[in-house]
Write a protein that binds this ligand. Sequence first.
Ligand SMILES: Cc1cc2nc3c(=O)[nH]c(=O)nc-3n(C[C@H](O)[C@H](O)[C@H](O)COP(=O)(O)OP(=O)(O)OC[C@H]3O[C@@H](n4cnc5c(N)ncnc54)[C@H](O)[C@@H]3O)c2cc1C
Length: 425
Amino acid sequence: MAEIVILGGGVSGISAAWHARRAGREAVIFEAKERWGGLLDHFCLDGYRFDNAVHFAFSSNDDYRAVLEMSEYTIHKPEPFNYELGRWLKHPVQNNLYPLPAEEKVEAIKSFLERPERSDDPDYGQWLEQQFGKWIASRFPGRYTEKYWTVPAEQLSTAWIGNRLYRPSLEEVLFGAMTSRTPDTYYLPEMLYPRRGGYRTFLEPLVEGLNLQTGKEAVYVDPQNKYVEFQDGSREHYNYLVSSIPLPELVTMIDAFSTSVKEAAASLWATSVALVSLGFSKPKAGDHLWFYIYDQDILPSRSHAPYLKSADNVPADCSSLQFETYFSRHKDLALSGDQLIDHVINQVERLNLANRSDITVADFRVLPYGNVVFDRGMVERRNYVLEAVEKFSILPVGRFGEWDYLWADQSFLSGKKVEKLPFMV
Ligand SMILES: Cc1cc2nc3c(=O)[nH]c(=O)nc-3n(C[C@H](O)[C@H](O)[C@H](O)COP(=O)(O)OP(=O)(O)OC[C@H]3O[C@@H](n4cnc5c(N)ncnc54)[C@H](O)[C@@H]3O)c2cc1C
């Protein structure tokens, strides 16, 4: 029997075990996959390393900064771009309209001036119009929402926004419409990335010495008798259970929940991410560390350049790009496997990033859980489920355990909540 059983070996589970050990407690992590790291893991193909989607490190939290400081890293200045209809616009678009035709800039500014009054509890669609005016809202973030969140903005709440979307003044909108010499207004001043080994390298010092068992997928939890059952038929008893596995999945593993809890859990949904990763036998593939794509006929909504994050991610004189296409229970993946790869390669040529003949590696894979979706009323339904889970003395942690839009550092801090388990006060 383990004192603390932790389900999931992503950053939140690792953090929980690490904090427990620091407090002198015995914890064991059970991870379903053969490797630890979760979303912060990577895969390698013929000398090209790809993280699971774009991943940079940033944090204003001292504890997580201390973790990052344990590895050698490169500091990147974020200079994201936006691609739309053959044009490249600096990010964020709302105060970087310069490349647009004059007629469109006039429309954008007129509608910015006429933006509706702020209202209480707007949906995300209304919120966008209140911030940017109808023209910008529908042309850029509105269309992006349908690609990234897979539903129209009107179906989302605003609970997840935080500082993620820049809200410019009129002066900034006007300035950005007249010149490309705009100041950086991205919400992060810098982002860190390990010199070697991909994002996961940052977590290695935490994992050292932990009891972490891989290939152990939890399939059943009996919170009354305090044990977890695994796919391989084994059982582990615990005093305390910490779960970073997706909240709706945890609920299906426990018989004792009421129908209303089960229904609320079943109503929670997340986007999935189809990754197309390409390696090129030439040293450059476009100019951008990462960029967003607004065109509806281009399936991916975002692309990043692993070789620009670190030269260690590619063989010498080579480059790489990875494209993210989002889908969900509300939007099918229009193309899959080789068909999506082919579609992406066509876009790579269309955007003049590289040629088909430069490609040495092409890979398709799916991350089943990408972003938890804040459709309207989700927060209340999720909190209802979390309350029921906690009544069974299970501590939910991490992006999918807590069912929240957490960055890696926030997931790490979520794992730190293990310190609040009763025996640690
Ligand atoms: C596209 C994308 C881009 C991102 N970019 C950034 C970024 O640039 N910077 C940043 O800070 N954050 C970023 N994030 C967020 C970051 O990835 C997460 O906050 C963090 O990785 C979540 O860690 P976690 O441990 O909570 O979850 P996970 O990493 O998902 O770990 C959960 C683990 O549980 C395991 N598991 C699931 N079911 C079971 C089971 N039944 N039994 C046992 N184990 C199970 C899974 O295999 C997984 O390893 C991004 C996220 C996405 C989706």
